[in-house]
Design a protein around this ligand. Structure first.
Ligand code: ZN
Ligand code: ZN
Ligand code: FE
Length: 739
C-alpha cells in the first residue's frame, strides 16, 4: 500500500540491518530486492510486518530467490509508470502519536496544528491530480521553509517526501471570526472557542474534508438550538469525546469497537449508550455515534474545554452536502454558528466523517468516506474500465479498473441539486485522478433515478454499452465482490426500496444469483403504499395498509391507538385509495414491515428523518428472547399470522417483547426460506445485503441461525450494505456481462 510512507520505511529498515538493494512500487504491490546476510534478511522481513506504518496494509509477503546482482547501497526506485501512481492516493490519516508528542516538545512545531509526517495527515482531501506531490495538492501555495525542505529531502527523516509537510513558519494557519473580532493567534482562538462552547454557543470549524458544527454535547439547550438552526429535527448527532476514557464513561465499546475507533481512520462508531448525553443528541435512540479526536486542533481544543464531549456534526444545511468552501461557510454557517474557525488551505475533495458499526464481530460500514476512500476493493475478476453510477439516496459511484474497484466518497441523496453537482464534480476528479475512461457504464434499473438518466446520457455521448442492473441483484453482487465469490449463491436482500423487473417496488428479495443474473425465488408479501413514496415517511399508513390487506374493512381499527389517533376520516380516505388503487404502488420492501410494527407500537407514526421507524424499533429491543411470531414462508412470505399475534400482544399489554420477537421472526424467515432454497439448489452459501442489514440485532441473529444449520454466510464489510454499496455490485455484474 502506497502513499503512506511505505517505501521510505522499507529503506530505513534495510539501512538499519545493513542490507543493500532497492524498493519500488508496482501495481500488484511493492517489490523489494535485498542482498546481504541471510539472518539479517530474516530480521528485515520480520520488521516489515511488525513495524509497518499504521496506514499500510500488508496482505502477504512472498519471497523468491534471485540471481546475484551487485548493489552498492539501498535505494528507492521511482516509478515512471502512470498506472503505478494511481495507487498512491491514500485516504486521509489521523494525526499520529509521534506528531502529537512533537507538538509538546519540538521547538519547531510546538503547538502547530497542521503538523504531519509520512505516516499521518491529510491525503485524499487535498489532492488535485497525479502524481501525488506537493504541487498537485492544495499545499501548493505554501512554499516550504528551509527547515521543512531539508526534512522533506532527507530519506532518514520521518518527513521524507511527506507532501503536506509544514511548520508554523511556512504552513497553513487558522483564523477565527465572530462578526466582531478576527483572531489569528491560535491560543486566543482556542481560548475564545472554549468560552463560547462553555456558554452553550455553536461554533463552525473547518475540518479535514469539510466544515463541522460543534457545541457542548452535555448542554441540552445548546444541542436543541443547533437542531433548530440546522433545520434537522430529529436525526441523531455524532459526538467527539476528549479521549478513550471519557468515551467509555458514556458508551459501551468492546474490543472490535475500540480497535476501529482508535485506528488511523477514526470513524464515527455506533455504540450502545451507557450514560446519557444531552437528550437531544440521540433523541430517544439507545445508541450514540461516537468518535475520537483526529486532527491536531481537536486535541488542542479539548485541552481548553471543560466538557469531555462535543457534538461534531457536518456543517451543512438540511440535506445539502457538507460545506468545504470558506465563502459558502461564512454565508451559510455564519447564520447558525456564533463563530467561524477557518484555515487557509483549500479542501479539494469533500469527504464526510465515515460511520461504522461492529456487527457480527466485524466492521460494517454505514457511510464510507474519510479514512476509507479512495482505497480500492480488490476484485477477483478483471473489471476492465467500467463506471457504475449507483442508486439515488446515499449515492456513491464506482470505477472498475482492472482488478480493483474504486468507490467514491459518500455523495448523499442526489435528488438534492447540490448533491447532484457534487457527484458530477467528484466524477470528474476521479476520472482525472485515476486516469479513467469508461468502456461501459452501469446503473440502476429505476427509470427515474437521476443516476440512471445520467448513465443513459453518458453512454450515448461516449457511444459505449449501458448495463441496467436490478437494485437487489447489485446489493448481493456487492457482497459477492467483497468476498470474491463468482458462483451461484442464495442472495437475500432486505432494504427499503428498489425497482423490480416487473415494475413494482422490491425490497424483501430471495434470489438465486450469480454475477451474471438471478432468479427471484420468493419475496416478502407486497403491501400497497397509499400515497406512494409519501407513505414511507408516514409509517402509520403502511401499518394501516397491512391491516386492511390481512383483516379487511371489518377490522376494528379504533382499538389500535395509532389508528385512533389518525381519526376515522383519514382512515376512510386511505381505505378508498386502496380500494380504488389510487396512487398505491405495491412494495415488497422489508423496511415496510419495520415501519408498520414501529407504528403499531406507537414508536414512530410519522418519520422526522430517514429510517427513523426501523431505528426506533431496533432501539426498543430491551430483552433477550428467542421467541418469534408465526408466518407462512410460501411464495410470497405472508405475515398475516404475525400481525394477528402482534395485535394480541398489544391488546394484552405485552408490548415490551414485541420488538425482539419481530426481529427474531425476520431472522427465522431468512433461515426457513434459505433452507427451502438450499434443498432445491444444493447451494450452501448465503449472501445477506441491503440496508436492513445495518440492523445489528437482525443481522447477527440471522447469521447465527444460518451458521447453526451449517450455511456459509457472507455480509458486507468493506462497503455499506445500504445503497452506498450498490455501485460496486453494478461494476462486477456489468463487467461479467460485458465479457
Ligand atoms: Zn505523524
Ligand atoms: Zn516550514
Ligand atoms: Fe437498496
Amino acid at each position: 500500500m502506497q502513499g503512506v510512507g511505505f517505501r521510505p520505511f522499507v529503506y530505513r529498515t534495510a539501512a538499519r540491518h545493513g542490507l543493500k538493494g532497492e524498493v519500488n512500487n508496482r501495481t500488484d504491490g511493492v517489490a523489494v530486492i535485498v542482498q546481504g546476510d541471510p539472518a539479517k534478511v530474516g530480521d528485515f522481513r520480520n520488521d516489515l510486518l511488525s513495524h509497518a506504518p499504521p496506514a499500510a496494509d500488508i496482505k502477504s509477503i512472498e519471497v523468491y530467490p534471485r540471481l546475484l546482482q551487485e548493489f552498492d547501497s539501498f535505494s528507492i526506485t521511482l516509478s515512471l509508470n502512470i498506472d503505478d501512481q494511481i495507487t498512491e492516493v491514500s485516504p486521509d490519516i489521523a494525526v499520529c502519536p509521534d506528531c502529537l508528542s512533537e507538538m509538546d516538545h519540538d521547538p519547531r512545531r510546538m503547538d502547530y496544528p497542521f503538523i504531519n509526517c509520512t505516516n499521518c495527515g491529510p491525503r485524499f482531501s487535498i489532492i488535485e491530480s497525479l502524481p501525488y506531490d506537493r504541487s498537485h495538492t492544495s499545499m501548493k501555495p505554501f512554499r516550504m521553509c528551509p527547515g521543512c525542505q531539508s526534512e522533506y529531502n532527507d530519506i532518514s527523516d520521518r518527513r521524507f517526501h511527506a507532501q503536506p509537510v509544514a511548520c508554523d513558519l511556512c504552513g497553513p494557519r487558522y483564523t477565527y471570526s465572530d462578526g466582531v473580532k478576527i483572531l489569528y493567534d491560535l491560543k486566543s482562538i482556542l481560548r475564545e472557542t472554549a468560552a463560547l462552547v462553555q456558554a452553550g454557543k455553536i461554533v463552525a470549524i473547518k475540518g479535514t474534508g469539510g466544515y463541522h458544527l460543534l457545541c457542548d454535547a452535555l448542554n441540552e439547550d445548546a444541542v436543541r438550538t443547533l437542531r433548530k438552526k440546522k433545520q434537522r429535527e430529529a436525526r441523531p448527532f455524532a459526538v467527539m469525546f476528549r479521549n478513550y476514557d471519557s468515551l467509555r464513561e458514556y458508551c459501551h465499546a468492546g474490543r472490535e469497537e475500540s480497535a476501529e475507533l482508535t485506528s488511523w481512520r477514526r470513524p464515527i462508531m455506533i455504540l450502545k449508550q451507557k450514560k446519557q448525553l444531552a437528550p437531544s443528541v440521540s433523541n430517544g435512540l439507545n445508541t450514540t455515534g461516537a468518535m475520537l479526536p483526529y486532527m491536531p486542533v481537536h486535541y488542542q481544543l479539548f485541552r481548553m474545554l471543560a466538557t469531555p464531549v462535543i457534538v461534531l456534526t457536518s456543517g451543512n444545511i438540511s440535506d445539502e452536502p457538507i460545506i468545504t468552501d470558506d465563502v459558502t461557510a461564512e454565508a451559510e454557517l455564519g447564520k447558525i454558528a456564533d463563530a467561524l474557525i477557518c484555515y487557509n488551505r483549500k479542501i479539494i475533495n469533500r469527504c464526510d466523517d465515515s460511520v461504522v458499526r461492529i456487527i457480527d464481530n466485524k466492521t460494517a460500514l454505514i457511510r464510507r468516506s474519510r479514512g476509507y476512500v479512495p482505497r480500492p476493493v480488490d476484485l477477483q475478476l478483471d473489471a476492465g474500465n467500467i463506471l457504475a453510477l449507483g442508486a439515488e439516496q446515499k449515492n456513491t459511484f464506482c470505477l472498475g479498473k482492472g482488478k480493483q474497484a474504486i468507490l467514491s466518497q459518500y455523495i448523499g441523496d442526489i435528488r438534492n441539486l447540490a448533491a447532484y453537482e457534487f457527484m458530477n464534480e467528484a466524477l470528474a476528479r476521479f476520472s482525472q485522478l485515476f486516469r479513467f475512461t469508461p468502456e461501459a457504464i452501469a446503473c440502476d434499473l429505476h427509470p427515474d433515478y437521476l443516476s440512471t438518466r445520467l448513465a443513459i446520457e453518458m453512454s450515448q455521448e461516449f457511444r459505449i454499452p449501458l448495463f441496467r442492473i436490478q437494485h437487489h441483484h447489485a446489493h448481493i453482487a456487492s457482497c459477492m465482490a467483497e468476498h470474491k465469490l463468482d458462483e451461484p449463491v442464495i442472495g437475500i436482500s432486505f432494504d427499503g426500496t428498489g425497482y423490480g423487473t416487473d415494475g413494482t417496488i422490491w425490497g424483501g428479495e430471495f434470489l438465486i444469483a450469480d454475477l451474471m443474473d438471478f432468479t427471484r425465488y420468493t419475496y416478502l408479501d407486497p403491501v400497497a403504499l397509499p400515497g406512494g413514496d409519501a407513505a414511507v415517511r408516514e409509517p402509520w399508513k403502511t401499518a394501516f395498509s397491512y391491516m386492511y390487506k390481512y383483516f379487511g374493512s371489518s377490522f376494528d381499527f379504533m382499538s389500535v391507538k395509532v389508528f385512533k389517533q389518525a381519526g376515522r376520516e383519514k382512515l376512510e380516505l386511505l381505505a378508498e385509495m386502496l380500494d380504488k388503487n389510487i396512487n398505491s404502488p405495491l412494495s415488497s420492501g422489508a423496511g415496510r414491515l419495520f415501519d408498520a410494527v414501529s407504528a403499531l407500537l406507537g414508536l414512530c407514526s410519522v418519520e422526522t428523518f430517514d429510517s427513523e421507524a426501523p431505528l426506533r424499533l431496533e432501539s426498543a429491543i430491551n430483552e433477550n428472547a428467542d421467541e418469534y411470531y408465526p408466518f407462512a414462508a410460501g411464495r410470497p412470505v405472508v405475515f398475516r399470522e404475525m400481525f394477528t399475534s402482534i395485535l394480541d400482544d398489544i391488546r394484552s399489554g405485552n408490548t415490551s417483547v414485541i420488538p425482539v420477537k419481530f426481529h427474531n421472526t425476520l431472522a427465522m424467515v431468512i433461515l426457513e426460506v434459505a433452507e427451502q432454497m438450499s434443498r432445491d439448489t444444493s447451494i450452501k452459501k448465503v449472501v445477506l445485503s441491503g440496508g436492513c442489514f445495518q440492523n445489528k440485532y437482525l443481522l447477527e441473529k440471522a447469521c447465527n441461525l444460518l451458521r447453526e444449520k451449517s450455511f456459509n454466510v457472507y455480509t458486507n464489510n468493506r462497503v455499506p450494505s445500504n445503497d452506498g454499496g450498490v455501485s460496486l455490485g453494478q461494476v462486477v455484474i456489468a463487467s461479467k456481462r460485458l465479457k
